[in-house]
Ligand binder design. Sequence first.
Ligand code: ISL
Length: 518
Amino acid sequence: MTEPAPWWTNAIFYQVYPRSFADSNGDGVGDLDGIAAHLDHLSLLGVDAIWLNPVMVSPMADHGYDVADPRDVDPLFGDLGALERLITAAHTRNIRVTMDLVPNHTSSAHAWFQEALAAAPGSVARQRYIFRDGQGPDGAKPPNNWVSVFGGPAWTRVADGQWYLHLFDAEQPDLNWDNPEVFEDLEKTLRFWLDRGVDGFRIDVAHGMAKPPGLPDMTVPDLEMLTHDDDDPRFNHEGVHDIHRSIRSVLDDYPHAVTIGEIWVFDNEDFAKYLRPDELHIGFNFRLVRAEFDPASIRGAIENALAAAALADASPTWTLSNHDVEREVSRYGDGVAGLARARAMAMVMLALPGAVFLYNGEELGLPNVELPDEVLQDPVWERSGHTERGRDGCRVPMPWSGDAPPFGFSSNPGTWLPMPPEWSALTVERQLADPDSTLTFFRTILQLRHSTFHFAEFDVEWLHLRDDALAFSSGGVLCVLNAGRTALALPAGDVLAASAPLLGGKLPPDSAAWIATG
Ligand code: ISL
């Protein structure tokens, strides 16, 4: 008998950014009890799992990606009891809970880093991080030319003259993964959460961690922030695969749990290495996020993502947005067209075999928000010398109900990021009552994905209708996207759903439809 496919194979994951989902205690920041109080929303959508961004103890220099204690919950979000209640409540509804894990770096407030600062150069405590002497006669130049992903140098000098490496903020020192103590501690963290019932981890910067011997200079240090290419020595070093093998050896004791790598690697063969049978189960493929609203670009993204996963015999994954990228409504042009295209792309994504990741607010059609300078919080804003606004615009809290901010997100009008008054038209409450809303649309297509698609393999068959259209079938459904300027005649068949009303039986521009093929 063949083993049934693991639960995550074609699952719908819903990413909850805890600061922005729901605030239960009126401090203006979302928290765990807030999430537990809104599980009805997730049941209504019919999602299979939650991916929870970091809720561990953190000074919040990078909103939780700077972890000071990986085995406890930050009081801002609640406590361990609140997390356990959330896991139990989600499980009762058949929703699994996956958590973020941040193995590349810690917070500078972590006890290890504080110990390292107090210790002498060359000490055991310093060897848990990447401390080096500087260059030049007095060591006043950084050890190499690496820049931080958030802007500025990737090195910060400490009082005794040594420098430490941080690929992100200065408050996020990179761990030294050549030191066995680092994995020993991560193993404790993995078991700590798995023993409390979590169903797996999204692994932050899964292509980071290992650093090349000698830390050679980068060839293009004046990169755009928040990007890098596959040849960048800061990431995707061969040694990372041993780390994933060690993580997997622990996960194999918990066969119900999944590991999902955040893998910003674009070469298909390099990407597939992360998904070998003894490494990660699945990995985020970011090609669809980068694709233009253009049939050739979208098809290229899909074909490459399928090919990369197939090389490792792993499930493909699909995502259009997350807490690090501009929301797709805005990427596709904002306004009416941006929303129409985002809805159409949701149908493209949900017609694909593999695991799908939705980001909270996507189901409401939220756009990115242009925030005033004085409220910006992303470290990118400061580190770029106020040249890059950072990622706050896609992290504005969820509008739940009512006619004015904070829209039921909190009892406190001083939400951690301000909410635009015009979101009164986008609240969950308003959209649930409207049969034409984006939320109703998402409910319909998510329900159809569960009931109608029969994904046996990760196969996609392409059909050419017109150069400005995209058409493919998978799982017994044909998906047609019209990215052109004129209405498109649809192939014969039962139209299961469309992202916009058909015009005389034709598919309008900037929309998509699903047609039953058997
Ligand atoms: O280099 C990138 C893409 O080519 C960056 O996007 C980078 O990989 C990404 O920012 C890593 O993101 C994750 O780790 C960060 C954190 O700020 C992000 O929110 C998280 O998703 C540091 O922990």
